[in-house]
Design a protein around this ligand. Structure first.
Ligand code: ZN
Length: 75
């Protein structure tokens, strides 16, 4: 399930979504999933992606599909 998703009106791949959360390039990204939560800023739908910003780090990123809100947590 490596479907691309629409974020803020633009189609993004898992890797592109991870880069939006990270604010930098990433090495690997897994499939985009629906997060079971709403955006705290706008109430929009939140999606998540688990990715590796470097060989030693595994991170889960959350991103609102409708606004700039994002969150980065250690996976
Ligand atoms: Zn939002």
């Amino acid at each position: 399930m490596s479907e691309n998703r629409v974020v803020q009106g633009r189609m993004v791949t898992p890797k592109k979504l991870a880069e939006l959360v990270e604010g930098d390039s990433v090495m690997e990204a897994e499939a985009i999933e629906d997060a079971d939560r709403d955006c705290p800023d706008c109430g929009g739908d939140v999606i998540s992606v688990t990715y590796m910003p470097s060989v030693t780090e595994l991170v889960t990123g959350y991103k609102c599909q409708d606004c700039d809100w994002r969150e980065r947590t250690d996976a």
